[in-house]
Design a protein around this ligand. Structure first.
Ligand code: PGA
Length: 284
């Protein structure tokens, strides 16, 4: 299974920095002699940078395709339009995602962005229910489930975050908490091609405190069990990621967890070189 390595920039960066990040990341992909094997890198910048990053990614992919086609002594005109656009899409060195969306397609929701708009701008993924949104914007699981549901209709892949706080962990009720939070955040009556669930213990996000491998494994196993038994009818494919203080140093050990499908990385992902190095470690 392809591992998903997700960069969550949160509210950081500028146009110039986002450009430079992409140039650095693509340079690293090039010098590593092509794409990362069995790894999908996904970058989720603030929504304002998506448009220009999407254009740069498509330009790069188009240039690469032109090189490939001319090496075969053919020209662009030799290919049908739909085949060409499929090849350009498949040649992207990195996928794009957003950090949130609204659950309606349009309407009187000042300041919000819909999943439909994100798709239009080139996003393939959207992080939903991140603990910072649950805590700072009081987003409950009911709202999160509605946001996840609109993704199924708009064909954008949700990266649904769940995780307990320190108090819950200390009380020993973390498994029960995540069980309930996950089921409450997953909508009924819709169908996804892909559904990504990220386990992000709040006590680990941005703190440098990382759960033990056994603690991560225990939670990933629980989420996979819930996915299999309770929500498998709504998605063809499930991926379960870990997020919280992932670094260059600890990423290999975390990635060695056999049932883990990838990582969601905050602070460290702001550095394109470090993010690339972690993607490389996930490659097989
Ligand atoms: P962190 O953030 O890697 O900076 O801990 C992870 C996240 O919030 O997604």
């Amino acid at each position: 299974m392809t591992k998903k390595i997700v960069a969550n920039w949160k509210m950081n960066g500028s146009f110039e920095e986002s450009d430079q990040w992409l140039v650095n990341f693509i340079d690293r992909v090039e010098s590593a002699n092509g794409a990362l094997k069995n790894v999908e890198a996904i970058v989720c910048p603030p929504v304002i940078f998506l448009d220009s990053m999407s254009a740069s990614i498509m330009d790069y992919s188009f240039e690469k395709l032109e090189e490939k086609i001319s090496a075969q002594n053919k020209t662009i005109e030799d290919f049908k339009e739909d085949v060409l656009s499929e090849m350009i899409l498949n040649g992207r060195p990195i996928s794009l995602g957003a950090q949130d969306c609204h659950y309606e397609n349009s309407g009187a929701f000042t300041g919000d962005v819909s999943a439909k708009m994100l798709v239009e701008i080139g996003a393939q993924y959207v992080i939903l229910g991140h603990s910072e949104r649950r805590e700072k914007y009081f987003e409950g699981s009911e709202i999160v489930a509605k946001k996840v549901a609109i993704c199924a209709l708009q064909k954008i892949v949700p990266i649904l975050c769940v995780g307990e706080n320190k108090e819950v962990r200390d009380s020993g009720k973390h498994l029960e908490f995540v069980y309930r939070q996950l089921l409450a955040s997953v909508p009924k009556g819709v169908r996804f091609e892909k559904l990504i669930i990220a386990y992000e213990p709040i006590w680990s996000i941005g703190t440098g405190v990382v759960p033990t491998i056994a603690q991560i494994k225990e939670m990933i196993s629980l989420i996979k069990k819930i996915a299999k038994e309770k929500i498998s009818e709504i998605a063809d494919e499930f991926f379960v990621l870990y997020g919280g203080s992932v670094s260059l140093e600890n990423s290999s050990e975390i990635l060695s967890i056999s049932n883990l499908d990838g990582l969601l990385i905050g602070k460290v992902s702001l550095n394109a070189d470090d993010f690339f190095e972690i993607c490389k470690k996930a490659s097989s």
